[in-house]
Design a protein. Structure first.
Lengths: 221, 477
């Protein structure tokens, strides 16, 4: 319906600038505002980023463990055992996860999730200290379904990729090569609803539990 | 059923009266009262910059509105670069036709729907059902309201008017045939049952339809903000993804998004950020193992472009947080359905006459005490109570107020401009009202004001006017 497009844009233009046409300079100005976009006023955030990130994540009902580079597999399995969940995992791609050596008795699958899968393990693109948020970029090897269908979501976060404010995560996204990520997911704690009598209930449609394995820059476990 | 959905054919005053007399509704509203308000206040206390960030949020929206045509074009260009399609709809009918056609083209049978107020505005579910499609709402609140055959009564808490007992009965009635024969009464069990039932819908739906909290021109993405994750399952599992949005949803950049997100969740639920904030830009890429093969955005005007030119433009800044209704004494007393259309509370009373017709919604701008709380809490500083007042002026200009009322106001204005005459005339009613109500301390009935005294007493005035008393005091000295 191109006539609807034309009419709508004309109606907007008439309301805003009357019969005056929009100039190409005007469009260039707006494009420049986008390209040179800078953050507006941000909340002040002092102190250690990692500490703040962890505190905020706990505040939204998440859990976490801090490990060294060699400790990922052990931490994940320890978490599963503590919940009494079988050692069967859907695993997504990522610089840290691709390097993990899994013990033989662990079932590791790399495919889309279906409704009966219990646990997914993902690697975050970044963490945001401001709100205890992890940024996930679904794509090849990192299916969106991992982030929403299983009851338990374990997310590996590289400590070096925890940024201060949300806008700092956009800076990282913009620096990616090629076309911008198709999907950017900000996840802050487990799924929840307040639709029954305004009382918070966890595990509405997405994961009931979100557990972070935060990988610090040290070689031990 | 105690609370019927919003029914525009019944006059507002009757709907409001029924709502006030509905015990179950009053019970549910009493439970809801204060929760959102307290949480918002706590969130504000933790962010000293909140007011300054609100100013920034207002400025972003104002900048967009002044350049709306150009930003829409920039956004459209990005969506197309991403491989998506943008559809434009002048009216709600046109929007429904476009979406029905997309579903037909896709050979769809089942449509999963995320919460979207603009889709309510379109009457989309009804239109798709008429076209033979099965439509399931996936937000828990919306799902409850759909099972009840009602409409949402709050823009972010659609089932706020429902008690737990009512939900138990609804689930029992509708889920028994799916094999859930036990009545679920505990919150956790209710949520689990809905989770299991709706999971099947996400997996099998052909088309997923969601709204969009924002459309980002920088990336061509639609942003959805949820706590349940239903919007994401609706967006990423079905083969065809459709996002519907009003034309005013577009914003320039991701940095602008961050500022708006900071005020949105805090104003709505008192959260710093919701559990899920997702940006979807276009259909799946070649190497993606999953994701929609088709990506559509439907942009709706429906009266919005006409609002740009006049006094109501600030209303287009609205980011649909619901803070105005959470703080409105009228909304909290009568609930959302009494407002008669999709958008309730102060923002609804401003929008409804503009998006439907002034004639159909005469009562809404008048059902307001002008206490100004809505204006004070708005995250994008919409002067809601001023706009409601503007509506009243407009009604007067259009001659929509009652002939008797206009005559009385004219008579009063004539009298008030003649102070001497005014004072001598007012002596009689003041004296009479004082005499009649002196004993009881209040008047329980007044001639010509039965509507007012029907639900409250009129305070007894002093026997003499202030002027008369002043003169008497001066004389005594």
């Amino acid at each position: 319906m191109s006539s609807a497009r034309k009419e709508t844009l004309e109606a907007i233009r008439t309301a805003l600038v009357g019969s005056e046409p929009r100039t190409s300079e005007h469009l260039q100005e707006l494009k420049a505002r986008i390209q040179e976009s800078v953050p507006h006023l941000q909340p002040q955030l002092d102190g250690d980023l990692l500490t703040h990130f962890c505190e905020k994540h706990i505040a939204v009902h998440g859990t976490y463990e801090r490990v060294g580079r060699a400790g990922v597999a052990t931490a994940v399995l320890r978490h599963l055992d503590s919940l009494g969940i079988p050692r069967e995992l859907l695993v997504g791609a990522g610089p840290i996860l691709d390097q993990v050596q899994w013990p033989e008795q662990v079932v590791v699958e790399r495919r889309s999730a279906n409704k009966d899968d219990c646990v997914a393990l993902s690697e975050a693109f970044a963490g945001i200290a401001e709100s205890g948020t992890v940024v996930l970029l679904p794509g090849a090897g990192r299916p969106s379904s991992h982030n929403f269908l299983p009851e338990d979501h374990i997310i590996v976060v590289d400590c070096a990729r925890i940024v201060r404010h949300q806008e700092d995560a956009w800076t990282l996204v913009r620096a990616l090569p090629g076309r911008a990520a198709r999907t950017i997911q900000l996840i802050t704690g487990p799924s929840k609803t307040g639709d029954i009598e305004q009382a918070i209930q966890y595990g509405a449609h997405g994961p009931r539990r979100v557990h972070l394995v935060i990988v610090e820059d040290r070689d031990d476990a | 059923m105690s609370a019927a959905g919003a029914n525009p054919t019944i006059p507002f005053q009757d709907r409001a009266r029924r709502a006030l007399q509905d015990q179950t509704l009053q019970q549910a509203m009493n439970k809801a009262q204060g929760g959102f308000v307290d949480k918002r206040r706590e969130a504000m206390a933790q962010l000293p910059e909140f007011d300054d960030i609100r100013d920034a949020a207002r400025d972003i929206k104002d900048h967009v509105l002044s350049n709306l045509d150009s930003y829409l074009e920039l956004y459209e260009q990005k969506v197309q670069e991403n491989g998506g399609q943008v559809h434009w709809a002048r009216t709600t009918e046109e929007a429904c036709q476009i979406i029905t056609a997309i579903c037909r083209e896709a050979g769809a049978e089942l449509v999963a729907k995320g919460k979207s107020m603009v889709s309510e505005e379109m009457g989309l579910t009804g239109a798709l059902e008429t076209a033979g499609l099965k439509v399931v709402e996936t937000d828990l609140g919306e799902y409850i309201v759909q099972l009840a055959g009602e409409t949402p009564s709050h823009i972010i808490a659609p089932a706020v008017h429902k008690t737990r007992e009512q939900i138990t009965e609804l689930f029992h009635k509708h889920h028994a045939k799916l094999g859930y024969s036990e009545r679920v009464t505990q919150r956790e069990a209710i949520v689990n049952e809905a989770r299991n039932v709706l999971r099947e819908v996400f997996i099998t739906a052909d088309v997923g339809i969601t709204g969009a909290n924002f459309l980002v021109a920088e990336t061509g993405a639609n942003v959805i903000v949820t706590n349940e994750g239903n919007g994401d399952l609706t967006s990423c599992l079905p083969r065809v993804q459709i996002a519907v949005a009003g034309i005013e949803r577009v914003i320039p950049s991701l940095d602008d998004l961050s500022t708006l997100l900071r005020v949105l969740a805090r104003s709505a639920t008192g959260q710093e950020i919701t559990a899920y904030t997702t940006m979807y830009a276009g259909p799946r890429h070649k190497d993606d193992g999953e994701g929609p093969a088709e990506y559509h955005v439907v942009l709706l005007d429906n009266g919005r472009s006409a609002m740009l030119g006049g006094a109501y433009r600030p209303m287009l800044r609205c980011i649909r947080c619901g803070a105005c209704m959470n703080h409105c004494p009228v909304y909290l007393a009568i609930g959302g359905h009494a407002y008669g259309w999709v958008y309730p509370g102060p923002m609804g009373s401003v929008l409804t006459p503009l998006l439907t017709s002034f004639e159909q919604a005469v009562d809404l701008p008048n059902a307001c005490t002008l206490n100004g709380r809505c204006k004070a809490v708005c995250p994008v500083r919409i002067p809601l109570s001023d706009l409601l007042l503007e509506h009243r002026f407009e009604q007067h200009r259009r001659g929509l107020t009652s002939a008797v009322g206009r005559l009385l106001i004219r008579a009063w204005a004539w009298l008030a401009r003649r102070p001497r005459l005014y004072h001598s005339v007012m002596v009689i009613p003041l004296w009479l009202m004082h005499r009649l109500g002196r004993k009881a301390g209040a008047l329980r009935w007044l001639p010509l004001a039965g509507g007012w005294t029907g639900s409250r007493d009129f305070p007894v005035p002093a026997g003499q006017s202030f002027h008369a008393q002043w003169r008497a005091t001066q004389k005594r000295r």
